[in-house]
Structure formats: C-alpha cells, structure tokens
Design a protein around this ligand. Sequence first.
Ligand code: FAD
Length: 401
Amino acid sequence: MNKPKIVILGAGYGGIITSKKLEKLLKSGEADVTLINKHEYHYITTQLHKTGAGTAADRQIAMEIPELINEQKTNFIKGSVTSVDVKKQAVYLEDGESVEYDYLLIALGFDIETFGIPGIKEHAFAIRSFRSTKAIYNQITRQLTQYKEDKDPSRLTFVVAGGGFTGVEMLGELAEGLPKLCKKYDVPYEEVKIVTVEAAPSVIPFFPKESIQYTTEVLEKFNINMYMSTKILECTPDKVVLENNIEIPTRTLIWSCGVKGNPIVQNCGLPVEKGKLPVDPYLRVKDTNNIFSIGDCSLFMKDEKNALPPTAQVALQEADVCAKNIVAALRGETLKAFEYHHKGSVASIGNFAAVGKVGNFRLSGLFAAFMKQVIEARYLLNLGGPSLIIKQHFGVSKEPV
Ligand code: FAD
C-alpha cells in the first residue's frame, strides 16, 4: 500500500511547528511529509519590526528551513502555492509543479488589510514578511542618503499607520534604530520626525488604561508625534492625507492597520468566511475530513460570535493539536478538540520598555521587556533547542536575500 502523503503549506509559526511535531509523532515509514514554503527561510514574524528598523541582524529574524527540519523525515519544497484542487487532492505551485496529498494542512498566514484606502497598496510599506520589512529598512536608508543631496524634510518623516500592538512595536524600534542610522549616514537626528496615526482615541486601545498611559508616555519621551482619533484618507509617493485637512509630507508610510487571511485560500475550492478558512473544533476545514487549517488563514470560532485572534500564540497552540489530529486521522483514531489557553500578550517598545498583560497581571517597563525576550527565546527553544538560540544571537550564518 502507498504511504499516506501529508502536505503542509506555509512554514510560518503554524506550519513549521506542525512539521516538527509530526517528525516526532510519526513512526518511521508511516507517512511522507512535505513542507512547502515560498522562501527557503522561516522568519520570526513577531520580530519583523526589528528588520524594518535595522535593529536586529538578519540571522536573528530569518533562518534556513533545511537547518530547522529533519530532512530525513520532512521533504522541503521551496515554492509559491497558487491554488489547491480539492477533488484531485493536489496543490499547484507558481512554477507549474503540482504536489498530491492525502492529508493537507493550510497554514499560509496573513496578508495586509488596506481597507481600500487609496494609495496604500501602491505606496505604503507593509510589515508582512521578512522581504517586506527589509524593503522598509532599504527605504529608510535610501531616504537618509537622498536627504543629504536635496535636504527635502519629507525624507526624514517616518509615519506609522496604526497604533495597535504591531504599530507600537514598530514605533519603539524606529525610535531606537533611527538615531544610530542617522549617525551612520551622517544626517542630524534632530531633523527626523516619527509620527503615528491611529483611528481609535489612543494607542493599544484594547489594553487597560494604565497600560495605555504608560505606552503613551514612553512614545512621548521618544518625541513621537501622535495623531489619535484620526483616519488616514490617502497615501501618495510624497504625502499622507489625514482627516481634518491634515497633510503630512513623507516618503515613508509604514502600514500596520490590520491583517486578513492569505488570499490564496480563496483559490482552494474550500468554504471561506471573513476571508479565512472556517475550521471545526478539530482544526479541519468545514465540510472536509482530510484538510486542516491553522494560524492566521483559518477561522476558529471560540464561541458563537467571536473568532480567535490572528496571533502567534494561537498558531503555535493549534500546531500542537493539529499535528496530533493529522496522525490520529491517518491512523483512524479519535481526533482531539482544540482548546485555546490565552497566556497573555506583551508588546515591546524598543529594547528597554514593553507593556503587556499576563493573566490578571499588568506588566510594564524593563521587566516587561525582559518577559518579551523570554517569550521569544522560548519559541526558538521549541524550534531548534538551545543551539538555535546560541546560533541566532552569536553565530554567523548565511543572510537570506
Ligand atoms: P505566518 O507565520 O505568517 O506564516 C505563513 C507562512 O506561509 C510564511 O512562511 C510565508 O512565507 C508562507 N507563505 C505565504 N504565502 C505563501 C504561498 N503562496 N506559498 C508558499 N508559502 C507561502 N503574535 C503574538 O502572539 N505575539 C506577538 O507579540 C506578535 N507580534 C507580532 C509582531 C509583528 C510585527 C507582526 C507582523 C505580527 C505579530 N504577531 C504576534 C502575529 C503573529 O506573527 C502571527 O499571528 C503569526 O505569524 C501567524 O502564524 P501563521 O503560521 O498563521 O503565519
């Protein structure tokens, strides 16, 4: 009998951790596992703002997938998925190749939600992938270089749209990274403006008011100009237009206003709700018994009205149960219902401040910043053991391009 084929789409948090769990759970020769990802590397999405501001080395954020998996047990294909044919049980890649499956996991992550605002798709910079945040860094350094030639102040204005979790993390990195970049490019930092625009009345509006106040104070200390309760109406190559006739001359708008499921899921012939794949309690896509989906491209309803949020924490917990359920499905055993346990959230504001909530405890300041580092280190430990942590922080590795 042919061995069952398990195919995993996406080597982000959900996909790579599921493949690593399968390496442990499957008996030798029990199934063929194939992991497909757009790039040769896995990136730490929760740290992408550091790539954007140039405050972390590339090797700390992106790491070669073949070095993270056991290639004896998992076959890695670098390829961009374009569609899935559920009837033929095949996945199609951009280069025309197709890969057949018996069990499929769709973990293709998120895309940026632009809400149809004119000019965002064309001119704003997204915190979406390693490559897109590298583009932010390149844009910043290009502006610093060109400022020396034309002294155009719009080149030194950096606007972050969205004062949520990711926006605040990006602002903190810019505030810490730009002074160093200005020194390197010989541009006076006093001329630099960092601006944030948020439609809600405050940054991180879903946090307790003490956390909002702390975050606002840290951002003010960093001299960040804050436009709260203000919507962005348009972005052009050299300005951002806000409500109330406000225009900010800038060449760099960093967009951090929301995410949606990867649009590829629309090409899978599967049910789609709110742009994502709705899943049952066992993480199987609705109306299927051999297709699973986890992470930001899936919709898991925690109750009748509310879906789980698109977070790494959710994707990682789902990966654990999903790997067990894929193995149970192919062995004809009972599947386990997924239960989410929220462990808390911490947002960094640069390297030395952070804000968050763990259980009933509010955290802020240096201790919260330390906790954030612990959370990130725990992920690396899970991914590649202590040697990966050492390599990420002290090693020399090939920088992905
Ligand atoms: P991803 O990790 O995005 O992985 C998707 C993978 O699919 C990627 O490797 C991608 O290259 C690949 N892919 C995409 N399209 C294709 C294709 N067509 N073909 C092949 N491969 C493809 N969450 C938290 O819980 N805590 C935090 O502190 C936190 N901070 C964040 C900070 C930032 C700056 C950002 C951007 C997000 C943050 N998040 C945080 C959210 C978290 O990163 C996501 O929820 C998480 O990455 C989702 O995991 P995933 O596996 O669904 O998708």
